[in-house]
Design a protein around this ligand. Structure first.
Ligand SMILES: [Zn+2]
Length: 243
């Protein structure tokens, strides 16, 4: 049995579904984490550069190469295999402020088409029994376009849509751009491995300060969120087949 997680960014799958993925791997599933927006962009400028320098990284380092290496360590903690797709993150596609990342999609942004094109051969070759993907809670444009890519593909594979952590915990009510579609799906929570999830999340060292205020903040946030990872969808048949 194979589970295939489609993560917008290098960290989303571990943050939101890491406990489930680790538990599936422990039960003998082959677990693959494909991250969509991982391309290195040489000599970034403006807001894109600020996204790396505000995390303490000088302009000359390959920020995305560092994060891909973090993802490899995180996937090792989950006993999953990482796959990195070569799309550019939103700050390199015309979204020039933190607000724009959570605002309207640009009319010239066709990243969902490129994502669908990149994911198609993976699904064909890997024939997963179960997909895991974001609900895009929080409304980050890269998360929305990842969902749109999967909607386009309509692969007919049992899919569990995860609740995007840590957006789910933000004090202001997070945007839920696909709330109507998700509400039609049953809530499903599979067994999780919280310790493996914590190890995986901690591997994204460049992101911990920004997202959680540091490693201690991550630990507190994971405890506060609890071990359960409620998702939306009907994967019961796939999981039952494996049992
Ligand atoms: Zn993300």
């Amino acid at each position: 049995m194979r589970a295939f997680a489609i993560s917008p960014h290098l960290d989303d799958a571990a943050f939101s579904a890491g406990g489930t993925l680790a538990a599936l791997a422990r039960e003998g599933w082959d677990v693959v984490v494909a991250t969509v927006f991982t391309a290195s962009v040489p000599a970034p400028t403006g807001f894109a550069l600020a996204c790396q320098t505000d995390k303490g990284l000088p302009p000359e380092v390959d920020y995305m190469a560092i994060r891909r290496a973090e993802d490899e360590a995180a996937c090792a903690a989950l006993h999953a295999r990482p796959v990195h797709l070569p799309l550019r993150e939103a700050p390199h596609r015309g979204y020039h402020s933190a607000l724009a990342l959570f605002g309207d999609l640009r009319s010239d942004d066709t990243a969902h088409l490129a994502a669908a094109e990149a994911i198609t051969p993976l699904l064909r070759d890997m024939k997963p029994d179960l997909l895991l993907a974001p609900q895009a809670i929080g409304g980050h444009v890269d998360h929305i376009l990842t969902v749109r890519a999967l909607q386009l593909l309509d692969a007919g594979i049992p899919t569990l849509w995860w609740a995007d952590f840590p957006y789910t915990t933000r004090r202001d009510t997070p945007k839920r751009p696909f709330a109507a579609a998700m509400a039609r799906l049953p809530e499903t929570a599979l067994p999780t491995d919280p310790a493996a999830k914590h190890r995986a999340c901690a591997a994204y060292t460049t992101q911990l300060g920004y997202q959680f205020g540091g490693p201690e903040g991550l630990a507190r946030a994971l405890v506060a969120a609890g071990a359960s990872e409620p998702m939306r969808g009907t994967a019961v048949q796939a999981v039952a087949r494996a049992a």
